[in-house]
Write a protein that binds this ligand. Sequence first.
Ligand code: ZN
Length: 95
Amino acid sequence: MNQQRMLRRWSLFGKTPRPQGGLTAAAESQGDDIPMAVPKKKTSKSRRDMRRSHDGLPTAGISVCPQCKEPKLPHRVCPACGSYKGKEVLENKSE
Ligand SMILES: [Zn+2]
């Protein structure tokens, strides 16, 4: 079989002959004739939405400042009175 006919035959499989001993790293990274992975089926709205069911951000916890009873984020200095663990940490705050 001559070169032309061999190439035509291989093209039917979407492949071209590989060099002996597999592809080199350079040829592999180019990905010339390696087919891209393609999903077999369209993802349905149901499957898509089920996948996204865990994508939402969790609600931030809210604790109450023991000093001024204002709601604040846990493990943070109170923005209202500037205290943390019963001690005043920030100045320029009332109280
Ligand atoms: Zn406070």
